[in-house]
Design a protein. Sequence first.
Length: 155
Amino acid sequence: MAKLVNKFSIEVAASPKEAYAYISDLTRHTEWSAAPLALKPVKEGATAVGSQFKSVGTMMGKQFKNDVIITELKPSSKFSFEATDGKVTALHEFSITPQGDGSVIERKETLELSAMMKPIFQLIAGPFIAKPAHRKAMAKLKANLARKASIASEG
């Protein structure tokens, strides 16, 4: 298996606690996904390391079904999950650090894929599909957290 790593970072107008609460609620990722996404827990209950979800995402008109598992929960600082469709496994790690009145959110995505697929991802899928989609998702995340902060300051 080959690995590819992508990293993205944004500054947000939300405390680490607020950012973590929003990011670690996996069912809310549908609100800031770059493409249509449906996510549901396999079992109802509090989210914990090991909690499992099923997701269906759409990219370029094609549906992708993934098994998702929470791999790390560190309140106000780190949230990670792994998603796999059986061919590609993606580890998504979110680190949150305080900065001024807000936070910096760093997203690291590590893909495990076959050695044959790696050049396709490096040359085509990564630069033209995945990276723009992640940038769009991070921009939506930033906007949603800013909107939540604005509503909280008005109330």
